[in-house]
Design a protein around this ligand. Structure first.
Ligand SMILES: [Zn+2]
Length: 270
């Protein structure tokens, strides 16, 4: 056992026993790790908000190499998403981004670029007017850091560079032109603006994006495709995906159908 210090962002948490909280956090130094906050739910001195998703913490803890959970000794809350004051959409997007990090990273696999990206994204989430745009930007860069992003220069089948309309192949996220997409099982066709948003996002900072150039429907379509790709590639289910699309697509019915006509998912009003 040794004492370690880390800065971490809480990805998920749950209550155990009378007063403890189990937390999975992405740390700047060691990647994803799990912690126990003993007695935090009954503590008068220590804020329980520190163990909630989105909290940014400095942690001092007892590290046990052979254990899954490390016991937190001290912590300082450095920042957190607005929490209870945040609106529903803000919380749903927060949960989606945290869950995507959780489901695409391994325990104890250091990833400073992932930490920095997540820290910047949570800050931007409180400030941006277009959270869907931020979520797409964030996931694209997360996949880029993970080294699993395909090229977006041209159709992966015929090589055509001008993609007036295109689909994203859920197997590898590569773009396929409308002609080549015919008869294949992939997302519905997206307009040219979709590929432009992806290309622009990958070569600029979020704060430099002209968010109004891409409408919310298009960005939601991109987000849905990204979620489906992650679920397939990482053999996982993004639980917050359905919440996001039912909560944020709002009153509008968002029907996404795969090529063979199966209705994959249909949003519901909440
Ligand atoms: Zn093609």
């Amino acid at each position: 056992m040794e004492i370690q210090k880390s800065r971490g962002i809480v990805l998920s948490s749950r209550s155990v026993g009378e007063a403890d909280r189990l937390v999975r956090a992405f740390t700047r130094e060691y990647g994803k790790r799990s912690f126990v906050f003993k007695g935090i739910r009954k503590s008068k001195k220590r804020s329980a908000a520190a163990a909630e998703p989105g909290a940014l913490l400095d942690l001092v803890y007892y590290y046990h190499a052979e254990r899954d959970f490390h016991i937190v000794n001290e912590f300082t809350l450095r920042g957190q998403h607005r929490g209870p004051e945040a609106d529903l959409a803000g919380i749903l997007y927060l949960f989606l981004m945290l869950e995507v990090v959780d489901k695409t990273t391994g325990q104890n696999d250091p990833g400073r670029p992932v930490f920095d990206l997540l820290e910047a994204a949570l800050k931007a989430l409180d400030e941006t007017s277009r959270r869907g745009h931020l979520a797409v930007f964030f996931i694209l860069h997360l996949l880029r850091i993970g080294g699993i992003l395909p090229g977006f220069d041209s159709c992966k089948i015929c090589g055509k560079r001008e993609l007036e309309r295109f689909a994203l192949d859920w197997a590898d996220l590569a773009p396929v032109c409308a002609t080549c997409a015919g008869g294949r099982r992939m997302g519905r066709l997206l307009p040219r603006g979709g590929i432009e948003f992806i290309r622009t996002s990958l070569r600029t900072k979020y704060s430099s994006l002209d968010l109004d150039a891409w409408d919310d429907d298009l960005v939601l379509d991109l987000l849905f495709n990204l979620c489906l790709f992650i679920e397939g590639y990482f053999h996982t289910v993004l639980k917050s995906k359905e919440m996001v699309f039912s909560g944020i697509a709002g009153g509008k019915k968002l029907e996404l159908q795969c090529r063979d006509g199966n209705n994959l998912w249909e949003s519901q009003k909440i």
